[in-house]
Write a protein that binds this ligand. Structure first.
Ligand SMILES: *Cc1c(COP(=O)(O)O)cnc(C)c1O
Length: 422
């Protein structure tokens, strides 16, 4: 019996997170057993060049030797005590210093970070409603799992069964990059809106970049109405630049959510922000939030080491961005050469290749025109060439410092070859 068949008997869909099932590329997923640098090996011994990098955390590459040596020591020192440790303080100091926030609380996933930040925003403002944007993913907590028929819909049907309509009643969905939409909702419900949450560079509908004007006006209008602005930087944090991407826009949100990279591959999330808001958290304030494994020493030490490495070697960001630029340029050239319709969206080192006819891609409305079947064929073609990209159109390409210019050139050669066969 194949591993996938065994898995399906005992794990729903055979996987512990849906995208891993390779459903949207109509394939059975390979099962992986080890990784080194940028090479993933599956259980049949087949090797793949990894462009998923665990959806971001492996920004330094897999199995980085000096980090692994230290990790062995950390294991021996103790995995978790459920009690205060010095490394938590050190991590919080490092974190607040590098993200220009006053206080931070560690959690175990991005989902927990956004869920907790929203509860905190509601507790702090004493308001109920939240605004999110269509196409932005913030993990799978109830109030954030909202589908929307259109960007101007006020109340929405939940994306998932099991989410009460009463919960969703307080979630307003707006169109990304559409400030008028936000203003209209604030006009209507402003005095009961606790927060606006968004991915400052969207990565979960493929890469979609907000305009400067949108971001600046969003900050302004939220401020004017006492609405907290929350940046979900679970992808962008420490990915495109060291720290928060907010400095690129010259605005400061009230709360930040982090995840992925900051755990160095261990399950970690964090939310951070201004002191007067963060002090509403239990045990100081009345907003309850807790976690048995939150801030456990193993994850904190590994996360700290990754962050310190990134801080010391900020040329890594230049390397990532240069590779992304080469990919962008090459993809565009190859699309032109082959006459296949498509578009590349890029922000610094984050990029996506979309198939389909587009004028521009600046919201979920635009993204919906993507040809996902074409992507599925392309994905399989690239896999045959030995390159593992995300098994879904609406994801970003995640590069690591272990990727090289040579491998990027090879990707572009294969890209042309595969596009020719589509
Ligand atoms: C991945 C992701 C999350 C959820 O993080 P998990 O660790 O998977 O719970 C939240 N927000 C964004 C922007 C993400 O990309």
């Amino acid at each position: 019996m194949s591993l996938y068949d065994r898995a399906k008997k005992v794990i729903p869909g055979g996987v512990n997170s849906p995208v891993r099932a390779f459903g949207s590329v109509h394939m059975e997923p390979p099962f992986f057993q080890e990784a080194k640098g940028i090479v993933l090996k599956d259980t049949t011994g087949k090797e793949y060049i990894d462009f998923i990098t665990s959806w971001g955390p492996m920004i330094l590459g897999h199995g980085q030797e000096d980090l692994m040596e230290k990790a062995k020591r950390y294991l021996e020192e103790g995995i978790t005590f459920g009690l205060p440790t010095e490394i938590e303080v050190e991590m919080a100091e490092l974190f607040t210093r590098t993200t220009h926030t006053d206080m931070v609380r560690m959690v175990n996933s991005g989902t927990e970070a956004t869920m907790s930040a929203i509860r905190l925003a509601r507790g702090y403002t004493g308001r109920n409603k939240i605004i999110k944007f269509e196409g932005c993913y913030h993990g799978h907590s109830d109030s954030l799992l909202v589908k929307s028929g259109s960007g101007t819909l006020t109340y929405n049907a939940p994306t998932s069964l099991g989410v009460p309509e009463d919960t969703i009643r307080h979630t307003i969905v707006c169109e990304y990059n559409n400030i008028e939409d936000v203003k209209a909702q604030i006009e209507k419900y402003g005095s009961d809106i606790a927060c606006v949450i968004l991915e400052p560079i969207a990565g979960n509908m493929g890469v979609v970049v907000p305009t400067d004007k949108f971001m600046k006006e969003l900050r302004k209008v939220t401020e004017e109405h006492g609405i907290l602005l929350i940046f979900d930087e679970v992808i962008t944090g420490f990915r495109t630049t060291f720290g928060s991407v907010s400095k690129d826009f010259g605005i400061t949100p009230d709360l930040f959510c982090f995840g992925k990279i900051i755990g160095g591959g261990l399950p970690v999330g964090a939310f951070a922000g201004k002191r007067e808001i963060m002090e509403y958290l239990s045990p100081l304030g009345g907003v309850y939030q807790a976690g048995t494994l939150s801030g456990n020493p193993l994850a904190m030490k590994m996360g700290r080491d990754v962050l310190l490495t990134l801080e010391k070697h900020q040329e890594i960001y230049t390397h990532l961005e240069e590779m992304a630029m080469t990919l962008e340029k090459g993809f565009i050239e190859n699309l032109k050469l082959t006459g296949i319709p498509g578009k590349v969206n890029r922000y610094k080192s984050m990029l996506s290749l979309f198939f389909g006819e587009f004028e521009e891609i600046k919201s979920y409305e635009d993204v919906k025109a993507a040809d996902t079947e074409m992507y599925a064929k392309y994905f399989k073609g690239m896999l045959e060439e030995g390159f593992l990209f995300a098994p879904a159109q609406f994801e970003a390409i995640f590069l690591s410092n272990a990727h090289t210019n040579e491998v990027i050139e090879k990707v572009l050669d294969s890209n042309l070859k595969v596009l020719r066969k589509l």
